[in-house]
Design a protein. Sequence first.
Length: 86
Amino acid sequence: MPDRIDITWLMLIGLALATLLIPPLVARPLLGNALLLIFAGLKGRRLVLDFLDLRAAPPLWRGLVSAWVFVVVLFAWLASSIVALV
C-alpha cells in the first residue's frame, strides 16, 4: 500500500501533466487560467501539508499556510483576469 508521500508525488505528477494539457485544450483564456491556478493551489497545498509536514502541525499553522497559498493563487488569478480583460 503506498504511503501518503507516494500518493502526493503521483498527484503532483498528474497535476503537472494536466497543467501541460490545459492551454491547448481550453479556448477561453479566463477559464484556462482559472484551471491552471486551481491546479497550482492544489499542488501548493499538498506540498506544504505532506512535504513540509504541516499535516502534523497545529490547526492554526495549517490554516495560516493554507490561507497564504489561497491568497497567492487568488492574487495571481486577479492579475491574469485583469490582463485578459484589458
